[in-house]
Design a protein around this ligand. Sequence first.
Ligand code: BGC
Length: 763
Amino acid sequence: MVYRVSGARSVFLSLLFVLYIPSFAMPQEPSNDAIERRIDALLGQMTVEEKAGQLTLLDGINPRIPDLVKQGLAGSIINAYGAERANSIQRIAMEQSRLKIPLIFGYDVIHGYRTIFPLPLASAGSFDPEMIERSERVAAKESTAAGVKWVFAPMVDIARDPRWGRIVEGAGEDPYLGSVVAVARVRGFQGDSMADPQSVVACVKHFAAYGAAEGGRDYNTVDISEQLLREVYLSPFHAAVSAGVGTLMSAFNDLNGVPATANRHLLTGILRDEWKFDGLVVSDYDAVRELIDHGVAGDRPEAALKAITAGTDVDMVDGVYASLPQLVQSGKLPMSVLDEAVRRVLRVKIRAGLFEHPYADPSREKTDLLTAENRQVSRQMAQESIVLLKNEGNLLPLDRHVKSLAVIGPLADDKATQLGSWAAQGQAKDAITPLEGIRSKTGNTPIFFAEGVTLDSLVPRKEATTILAAPAPSTAVGAPGISVNRGPTSIRDAVNAAKKADVAVLVLGEPANMTGEASSRATFDFPGEQQELLQAIVAVGKPVVLVLESGRPLDIRWANDHVPAIIQAWYLGTEAGNALADVLFGEVSPSARLPLSWPRFVGQVPVYYNHKSTGRPTSADRWHTGYQYESMEPLFPFGYGLTYTTFKYSNLKILTPTVSPTGRLRVTADIQNAGERPAVEVVQLYVHDRVAPTSRPVRELKGFTRVALAPGESKTVEFSVRANDLGSYDPDMHWIVPSGTYDVWVAPNAITGIPGTFQMLGH
Ligand code: BGC
């Protein structure tokens, strides 16, 4: 290619080329043969104890780290973040251990390392894989700057049950969206090469079906059909493996009677034999030892034997794999099984470039964390994660010249809440609260702030005060124009604030520690007296905007009937308040969609859009599936979300009215912005196979795209889907593409849209 440039521009361009050289000279992963030869050479020198060492992951709090590392009895460490700290441990491995095999340092980077992004469930709702990839790229850069080369993310568990606290860590209920998001996150983390000093090795978790825990209770049993497992729960894992993810984590739960950690069908049959995965599998925290509690192993050696034989290569923190040498010596464990597990670990370390670059560059930790640029990516991701659920009478966007505002609620000015659960090295002091975000957008507009009920009162547990403790933000207290009502607070204070203002913005929801691991709930009520607060504010009679911060859909039936504008903000991360204010005041139109169906009430759970038809599909008639006196429809469907304009869908064209099973389905539709504001529409493609050997979901998402449209503008959107991706498993678990009639919809959510049909031809 020839570039013709002249004069000053050419100097500038050549400078750019010089500056860009490093990114072209990306560290290359060595060829497979070279890697295997290197591993053979190492294996030939290792004692059986050193082999077990490579399969042992220690917790950073373990006081024996220096000693164990020196003896070659550890291969990886979790929670030893910070470049200096990681380097000082690595130095022991590289300088004092016999074989000088580098350690790999792992950490849970669930939604950012220091710059915190929206919770994964929230960002999944952006339906924007490019933006998600960018945000994980930032997370990878920050992590590696702090010595972390391996992230225990992304969590790709499909979940249909919001009682489960960990629903907030995944991408929601849909296997297709879940797969697209999983691939985007893996790409962001691993970049073009895991050996890039700014890339991390990703770890998709929790393999598998952890999100299907009975009753939504964390760690609980999962007993599901092989078909459901493969068509729904395994999809994102398979997509991530195909995209080259380096590692997987096995799940805590038992699956169809066999705990995932000891599940050979899963870890070897499906993962290695069918999918050809050649990276490593790490157990979850203490999960090898937990095989004893599951009741499938009588003691630690038996737990170790079951786990490694099934395909769990690395034992996280419980030290149970210390019995591997003894198992080999007694003849219970073939050396070949041990060698294979060690081979996988070494393969990942070589691919990650650790033998060449074992140390982190400590200077980067000072320059690369929480940069203005990183915050900007987080802000954009947060803007795209906000779901507008209701906007009666176009109350939103608010006029930034509004005469006065009340900002109310226990979460409205709490910094820690904005980060959400599992926020790695995110610090509450860096987070922008909704009050602060609104303040900086509205200049000198008088703002009357009242918590109404205290944050501490929301969590019934004793530890509430310590977990929720967040220092009062000094920027807000006494800032010009804000009346702060701290200390004792009451619903009456909040009512008074609302009375003084033209509009009230209420920020209610769940404290962050009511979500995430070990945080299942049996109700979706507003914790504490927030429902009373809400009703008291609505009774004042001023326009009310309800902003929800939570890790799951709450029961908002009353709010939906009485509050004109409702926003689901989840937990938006470091830039939460700014992103929220950008949307509240209309600088950005909301564009996120629900990555799950929003139940009306807890008794409907599980409620998900891609359910089966049944022999008695729902109807008004009593003798059909549903509830006697209650709706079985969700309050809001999967894929739902409003914006500040309206879109018209028209002119559905099935470009391929007949599709060969080896061909593609091609569909177009026209989307028009029929309103007065620029906005982004998430256009969705759903398909339904009318007759198949197994009963099929009433709809399945098979494509989506974000379309930005100016007022009045119209675009033709085209979907092109491989026919093979429209197939299903037959009862013998063979993937087939049944012939016959299929329904198709181009739609703004999972329950509406313009319908059409096409014929799938036989083979
Ligand atoms: C979680 C994992 C996590 C691990 C290490 C476990 O309790 O289930 O998701 O990666 O801890 O922190």
